[in-house]
Design a protein around this ligand. Sequence first.
Ligand code: HEM
Length: 384
Amino acid sequence: MSAHTPYIALSAFDIVALTLVIGPLATLLWIVPQDAREAFQARLWRLTGAALFVLTLSSIALLVGRTVEMSRQGLGKVAHWLPLVLRETPFGHVWLLRPIMLVMAWAVWFIGRNLERRRAAAAFLFATTAVIAFTRSATGHPADQGSWTLPEWVDWAHLVSVSVWAGVVFTMSIAIFPRLSRERLSPSVRADFIARLSSVATAALICILVTGVLSAYHYIGTLAALRTSTYGHILLVKLALVAVAVALGAANRFLFVPRIRAGAATAGRRPLRPPGTDERALGLLMRSTGIETLFLLATLAAAAVLLHGMPPREMDHAMGGAMARAPRPAHPAGARRVTLRRTLTHRPQLQRLISTVRYGVLPTRTSAPETLRPRRSATIKVWL
Ligand code: HEM
């Protein structure tokens, strides 16, 4: 087991928690037809509450994990380092948005137990969860060029659309499909349900593919780097898993959904297809969605591995040299001085240094970067 494995597991846990919250909300807002609301709303709201609990746990676990990762001092010293991480590191500052959003989300979830306010509550909860998703983008690789940059927004759009696609697929598998046959819904309402699921998943998938390709180009740049770097290999594994999930989604959309709709359209009239086609297609759709769920979970795990890898474009960077020159004490404490070569002294590179710090390699703050520009080399103060 690599030293990174626990942190990768924590990232995967946090990403899955996000999708578990977004899934029932998206289902409630865009997929459940009006005539099926009574049958499913309460169940979806309970699922949202359970998922919110998981997201609360994952947020705490993420903070503890990053503190251990940054301090390299083990779990026993977390209480000592945690206030420092919150006060002094960019990760800590961004993470502080989470408790604020979570308190608001819990308050809104309680308000949403009242049926009349539920849809408004669901929309608000979706927005707070999207802000929590942003805290991931603002503390990962996309933040390497500073705050509020385009890569950060692209990553955020990727993560939110991933959460919608994977989330609705998980929700259908966990909460909807097991009850769909038992609920007394008319064939047309059922067909509408499935058609809406298919449309939402397709829209989310288009956004995922566009933003995924943009991010991949940003981090990798060339096909050669995709073939030769570890980061590229992990991305290829992820793409293989995505391809299977997309193929299953396409089978749902182009094979099973039309059959379910055709069955509904002919219900009560002379059927164009043999009776029972609708039920058979629904059964196949449920099975295919179950398998899609497994592949999406594997894709999310692969994404978590990717987040802890070193993108080729960052690796190219002279940063490696600077890090080798920087003294790295086994038990960091206090301020120390690090010498950077001139090539590293303009702002974007320095931002990378700060960002690399988020991964626990180097410390958290540097003295004013502007003062570095004119000189061939400079000594800056860093806080460990
Ligand atoms: C064309 C398809 C896709 C490509 C090229 C792609 C590429 C990428 C890249 C380059 C990243 C950035 C990783 C980093 O920060 O180092 C990323 C992040 C991620 N991807 Fe994808 N991806 C694709 C589809 C998907 C799909 C289908 C899923 C899941 C269903 C997914 C889930 C994720 C997640 C969860 C993240 C992490 C976002 C975060 O926490 O900030 N991706 N993807």
